[in-house]
Design a binder for this molecule. Structure first.
Ligand SMILES: [Zn+2]
Length: 389
């Protein structure tokens, strides 16, 4: 069967024209499934649902049945556009102006998906034979709660005894120029709400009260004045940012009964959310004077744990592919927010490489056609490097 090459730009435009704001599929997975089926992939649609979360559709496509299985992971869902009137183009038109493709999802991450499919089609059309299998794990549930997406597809794969041997996530990781950074891990994140309870009273008779604001001030100082750690070779130091202090006391002559604060902790792989919580409680316990009954409550919501896939053969292969196209190896970093790589890392070696993140989630999100071409070439070089191993 002759394989027809798929044009990266055309596919990216078609994908952008599907208004697939989470949790809507809006035709984006249908489009990919059709393109991948033409390339010989076996496709599985995997809609998942759960109480209190909307049903979301996913796609797993695999070419070949033997191992090893090289997987590309991505998402076709996009964040909302905000007020369309703020855009200088229709956010779902996939318009090209002066060598730049505009639209919601251009960099995060329909452009990357199109580049990978374009790279695979070129590789196959020119006689490339995958070593083992090539697969794509595409979810429609990354940008929102990520309950019915990658995590459940991975579970479905495990139940079928289907393994991934290495995974490239196409999130936008580039900072200043295309492929200047490959991500090999991510920091964890948690949010805490702290409430200190004291005893209400008259400001003129403090001996009859117990001021929770004074306790809170000392406790927050203890949290913010000392770093959690010093970082390591792959991560900066973990950081704590106090984001709000609230007392809500409208009068000047009453010592309030309680005071609250909230803070966010971004932690590296020296810590887990459990060790961060222990660190926090130790400092809070030793900086509250409970002799007159003051006490605190803290609730913690974990957004994600930190992880690192130490530099190895997979990140090395990707770095070499980047260098062969751009002329310089990428930095291996761990900055930024969270991604589905946090689920995939439990299954195989994972690294992330995609377009520039400068306009992700913004008005007038865009990608240059030159970057689309270059990312296609880099993904192609990854496929060739993997075949040659
Ligand atoms: Zn994304």
């Amino acid at each position: 069967m002759a394989i027809a090459k798929i044009d990266t730009l055309e596919l990216a435009q078609q994908l952008i024209r599907c208004p697939s704001v989470t949790p809507l599929e809006a035709g984006a997975l249908d489009l990919l499934q059709a393109a991948l089926s033409d390339l010989g992939f076996t496709c599985h649609r995997l809609p998942f649902a759960e109480e209190d979360s909307p049903e979301v559709d996913n796609l797993y496509a695999r070419l070949g049945s033997s191992g090893p299985n090289l997987c590309y992971a991505g998402h076709t869902d996009v964040v909302p556009v905000g007020d369309p009137a703020d855009w200088s183009v229709d956010p779902f038109a996939g318009e090209v102006r002066d060598g730049i493709l505009y639209g919601r999802g251009a960099v995060d991450m329909k452009g990357s998906i199109a580049a990978f499919v374009g790279a695979v089609s070129g590789f196959l059309a020119e006689g490339g034979q995958p070593r083992g299998s090539i697969s794509l794990l595409i979810t429609g549930d990354e940008e929102d709660v990520a309950i019915n997406g990658t995590r459940k597809v991975l579970r479905w794969l495990s139940e079928r005894d289907e393994t991934l041997d290495c995974c490239l996530v196409g999130e936008p990781t580039s900072n200043e120029s295309l492929a200047d950074m490959v991500k090999i891990g991510r920091r964890g994140s948690l949010n805490a709400q702290l409430t200190v309870y004291g005893t209400q009273g008259h400001t003129a008779y403090p001996q009859l009260a117990d001021n929770p604001v004074h306790h809170l001030a000392r406790m927050l100082d203890a949290l913010a004045s000392e770093p959690l750690d010093e970082g390591n070779a792959h991560f900066p130091p973990s950081g704590l940012q106090i984001t709000s202090v609230d007392v809500g006391n409208p009068v000047t002559n009453v010592i309030p009964a309680k005071a609250t604060a909230q803070f966010n902790v971004r932690f590296n792989d020296i810590h887990s959310s459990a060790s961060v919580e222990a660190w926090l409680r130790k400092r809070l316990d030793s900086n509250i004077d409970g002799s007159r009954g003051a006490r605190y409550e803290m609730t913690i919501r974990v957004s994600g744990e930190s992880f690192l896939c130490p530099p190895g053969p997979w990140s090395g292969l990707i770095s070499a592919a980047v260098a062969s196209v751009t002329g310089r190896p990428p930095e291996l970093g761990t900055t930024g927010g969270t991604s589905d790589a946090r689920f995939i890392k439990d299954h195989c070696a994972v690294a992330e490489l995609g377009l520039l993140n400068a306009t992700a989630h913004k008005v007038d999100e865009h990608v240059s056609l030159a970057d689309l071409d270059q990312l296609t070439a880099i993904y192609r070089a990854v496929l060739e490097g993997y075949q040659a191993q």
